[in-house]
Design a protein around this ligand. Structure first.
Ligand code: FE
Length: 358
């Protein structure tokens, strides 16, 4: 029964349902010809991933080495992959869906695409606040959304919390991307959890009043703005800064030299931490392989690839960090469940709109 379903990955109705433009970048590790025909679904793991990081292939290669199961990667934006999974329905070849941000994982649970998994390995490896209570998705890596500062212009002793970024001393000094960005929606979701809608809206208004410029660009653009003196502070995810240090371009390495990392809210609830994560699809042809794959991704070996390859924080304890990330120092993490701030994304966007965050 399942054999015929595999053909859809490269040809036929599944591909036809979504245009090339919607799919964006598509890569497959074993697809040489126009059609993939796999005799035994247990030999192959079809992964739909919205992670947009170059080093992930080594995560998949290490799984193949360990198990002999080949990984077919379909990489695209999260919303396009979700739409594709829904339109493929019962015929979807996808076994696992991986994405970044708890907000998107929550959205995937609303679309009811995940199979609840009860794996002692996953439950033991992933802290309870970084996985779905029903086992539908599991966090695989962490990232802190921190305040980065221009070392020439800001003494870190002036910084303390997200809340205090509304102070008049920061007027015209903050760079952050737009409210449409899901990392920002999750951060604001965590503030809503702490303070409720109304107080968070007031915070947004004060925060926006201190912007150095209208929001533009991605997290890296905010870091560049702080380094160039366009702003003095930038809000960004931790893994982006080490990329500047590792660049072959001296100008990029100079950006790294100019910018420091500050972990906010160390005296109270801790710095906002988000995840990338994934789950097994209800319609997965290779459910057994899919569970094995997630279990592999929380193994010490794979966790080290997340940490060293993409400079993320591992979800598993005692995995060595990237040396640059380690140099940022230890910090207290906000323990708020990713499913809680993930669920608050839509509410957060409304609060940001009302507060004038473009
Ligand atoms: Fe990112």
């Amino acid at each position: 029964m399942k054999i015929s379903r595999r053909v859809f990955l490269a040809t036929g109705t599944a591909m036809a349902a979504v245009t090339a433009g919607q799919l964006g970048k598509v890569r497959r590790s074993v697809a040489q010809g126009p059609t993939i025909l796999v005799q035994n679904p247990k030999d192959v793991l079809n992964l739909y991933s919205a992670r947009h990081y170059d080093t992930d292939q080594s995560l998949y290669d290490s799984f193949t080495q360990k198990t002999g199961i080949k990984v077919n990667l379909v990489e695209a934006k999260a919303d396009a992959l979700l739409e594709r999974i829904k339109s493929e329905g019962a015929n979807s070849p996808a076994d696992v869906f991986i994405t970044v941000d708890a907000g998107r994982l929550w959205r995937a649970t609303q679309d009811d695409i995940f199979l609840p998994i009860n794996s002692p390995t996953l439950t033991a490896a992933v802290p309870a606040n970084l996985r779905d209570a029903e086992g539908r998705w599991y966090g695989l890596s962490k990232r802190a959304r921190v305040i980065m500062y221009n070392k020439d212009k800001v003494n870190p002793s002036e910084l303390s919390s997200y809340e205090e970024l509304t102070g008049s001393q920061w007027k015209g000094r903050i760079a952050v991307r737009s409210s449409s960005n899901i990392y920002n929606q999750s951060l604001v979701g965590s503030l809503i959890s702490a303070y409720g809608d109304q107080k968070t809206e007031e915070w947004v208004r004060g925060f926006v009043a201190n912007f150095a410029r209208p929001p533009e660009g991605n997290d890296r653009a905010q870091i560049r703005a702080a380094a160039a003196g366009v702003s003095d502070l930038a809000i960004a995810n931790t893994y982006y800064l080490p990329r500047f240090a590792k660049s072959n371009d001296p100008a990029e390495r100079e950006v790294f030299e100019k910018v420091g990392v500050f972990f906010p809210n160390q005296r109270d609830r801790g710095t906002h931490v988000n995840i990338s994560g994934g789950g097994v699809l209800k319609t997965a042809p290779n459910q057994e392989g899919a569970v094995k794959f997630l279990e592999h991704l929380v193994s010490p070996e794979a966790q080290e690839i997340f940490a060293k390859g993409n400079s993320e924080y591992p979800v598993v304890a005692n995995v060595p960090l990237d040396p640059i990330v380690e140099s940022f120092g230890q910090f207290k993490e906000d323990q708020l469940s990713a499913s809680v701030f993930g669920a608050k994304n839509a509410e957060a966007l409304k609060v940001m709109d009302r507060g004038g965050w473009k």
